[in-house]
Design a protein around this ligand. Structure first.
Ligand code: NAD
Length: 397
C-alpha cells in the first residue's frame, strides 16, 4: 500500500486537520477532495481556512513528504485505511439527508479494496453507519466499516485531536481493532462503543451544547425584558459556585454543526425532541428578538446600523449558517442602511472596521472577535449580547 490513510474530504474543516495530524505522526497520508481550488491551495502550502497551528502543521506535513493532497480518487485504492469526512447537512425541511454519504460510498465503491477499513468520521443520522455497512456487504469488497465521530471544536482541531479520547465503533471485532489501532496514535485514549451508541453520543453532544446556549439566550431575554443585565446575574451565579460554573454567555449559537445536529436528533426522535426544538426557536429567534427590542425604542428607519463580525463564532473566518447574516437580513427591512464588517470573512459586501464604526448610528456585535476589544468606541451605542466590550449586555438600557 502506498498510503496508510486516505482522508476523503481532505481539504475540509474536519478532514484537513485530521490528515495533518496523521501525516505529522509519520503516517503516509492522501488527502483527497473534489474541491480543486482547495486542493491547489493546500498542495501549495496554503490553509484554506483558519486553524490554530494550521500553517505550521501543513508546512511540516508537506516538507516531510508524508502528505499528498489531490483530487484523484485513485488514491483511495492505495490506502490501508479510508476516512470519510464529507459534510452532512439537513435538507430544506430540516430533515437529515442520507444522499451525500450514499452518493460518496457508491461513487467510490469501485476504488474500495479487500481488507481496507472505511471509517465514517462525519456526524451522521443514527443508523447511517449500518446502512453503509450493508451497502458494502452487499455490493462492495470484503472490508471493515467503522464509525468514529469527530468531536473537535472548529479552529482548534489539531490541538484537540491530541487532547480528547477518540470514540470508536465498528461492526466486527477485527474492524474495532483496526479503528482502535488507527486512532491510538494520538494518545488521548480510546472509548469503544457500538455504532448506534457512537452515533447517538455525537448527536447528544452537539444537541446538549446547543441547548445550553439556548438556556443562556432565554435567560438573557428574560433579564433584558425586565431591564436587568444578564451579565451581572451570570457573574453572581457562577462566582465560586461550581454547580453553575458552565452557564454560557448569551450569543448567536449557529454554524454548520449544532443546529443541524439538533435537528437530526429531532428527526430521529419523530419530531418529539421538544427541548431541541425549543432550543432552535430560542437560538434562531435571537436576531429577531434584538431587532424587536430596538424597534420599540429607536427610530430604526432613520438609522444606519453597523454589524461587527459576520462569522458564526469568535475569531473564526467561517460564515456558514451565521446568525449575523440573519440579523443583517432582518435589519435591512427595518433600517435606513446596514453596514457590515469582519476581519476574517470573505464577502464583497463587507467594509473596513473604521468605516463601519464611523458611519453607524448604532453598532451591533455579530461575532465577538477578540480584536474588537481594542476598538475605541467612545460614546457610541452598542448592542453587545456577548458583553465583549465589558459594558454589559443590555439592549437600549
Ligand atoms: N466543522 C466542524 O467543526 C466539525 C466538527 C465535528 C464534526 N463535524 C462534521 O464533520 C463533517 C464535515 O464537516 P466540515 O465542517 O469539515 O465540512 P467542510 O465542508 O468544511 O468539508 C467537507 C469537505 O469534503 C469535500 N467533499 C464533499 N463531497 C466530497 C466527495 N464526494 N468526495 C471528496 N470530497 C468531498 C468538500 O469539498 C470539503 O472540502 C460534517 O458531518 C460535520 O457535521 C464538523
Amino acid at each position: 500500500m502506498q498510503f496508510d490513510v486516505c482522508v476523503i474530504g481532505g481539504c475540509g474543516h474536519v478532514g484537513l486537520p485530521l490528515a495533518l495530524c496523521f501525516a505529522n505522526e509519520g503516517r503516509r497520508v492522501a488527502g483527497f477532495d473534489v474541491n480543486s481550488d482547495a486542493v491547489a491551495a493546500v498542495a501549495g502550502g496554503q490553509m484554506p481556512f483558519q486553524e490554530e497551528g494550521g500553517e505550521e502543521s501543513l508546512s511540516a506535513a508537506l516538507a516531510s513528504g508524508n502528505l499528498r493532497i489531490c483530487d484523484d480518487p485513485e488514491v483511495i485504492s492505495s490506502a490501508r485505511d479510508i476516512i470519510l469526512t464529507i459534510g452532512t447537512p439537513v435538507d430544506r425541511h430540516l430533515n437529515p439527508s442520507f444522499a451525500a454519504i450514499q452518493a460518496a460510498v457508491e461513487d467510490y465503491l469501485p476504488y474500495f479494496r479487500n481488507g481496507q477499513l472505511l471509517v465514517l468520521r462525519s456526524t451522521v443520522y443514527p443508523g447511517t453507519s449500518e446502512r453503509v455497512y450493508n451497502v458494502i456487504r452487499s455490493e462492495g469488497p470484503q472490508m471493515f466499516v467503522a464509525f468514529c465521530p469527530e468531536r473537535i471544536a472548529q479552529g482548534q482541531a489539531i490541538r484537540e485531536t491530541y487532547q480528547m479520547p477518540q470514540i470508536v465503533s465498528a461492526f466486527s471485532d477485527e474492524g474495532m481493532a483496526r479503528a482502535r489501532e488507527l486512532f491510538e496514535v494520538f494518545g488521548g485514549g480510546i472509548i469503544e462503543l457500538a455504532p448506534l451508541e457512537a452515533e447517538l453520543c455525537k448527536l447528544f453532544t452537539n444537541s446538549y451544547r446547543y441547548i445550553k446556549f439556548a438556556v443562556a439566550n432565554q435567560f438573557y431575554a428574560i433579564a433584558n425584558d425586565h431591564g436587568v443585565d444578564y451579565y451581572r446575574l451570570r457573574e453572581a451565579i457562577t462566582k465560586d459556585y461550581p454547580r453553575a460554573s458552565d452557564l454560557p454567555s448569551a450569543g448567536f449559537a449557529a454554524g454548520p454543526c449544532l443546529f443541524k445536529d439538533t435537528m437530526q436528533l429531532g428527526s430521529f426522535y419523530n419530531n418529539s425532541f421538544f427541548l431541541g426544538h425549543a432550543a432552535m426557536l430560542i437560538n434562531e429567534g435571537l436576531p429577531g428578538y434584538i431587532v424587536g427590542c430596538l424597534r420599540r425604542s429607536l427610530p430604526l428607519r432613520e438609522m444606519t446600523v453597523g454589524i461587527l463580525g459576520m462569522a458564526f463564532k469568535a475569531d473564526s473566518d467561517d460564515a456558514r449558517d451565521s446568525l449575523a447574516y440573519k440579523l443583517r437580513k432582518i435589519l435591512e427591512l427595518e433600517c435606513k442602511e446596514v453596514v457590515t464588517t469582519d476581519p476574517y470573512v470573505s464577502d464583497e459586501r463587507l467594509l473596513p472596521l473604521e468605516e463601519v464604526v464611523e458611519r453607524s448610528d448604532l453598532l451591533i456585535v455579530g461575532a465577538p472577535h477578540s480584536v474588537y476589544r481594542e476598538v475605541d468606541l467612545q460614546d457610541q451605542e452598542v448592542v453587545d449580547i456577548w458583553n465583549c466590550f465589558g459594558r454589559g449586555g443590555l439592549i437600549c438600557p
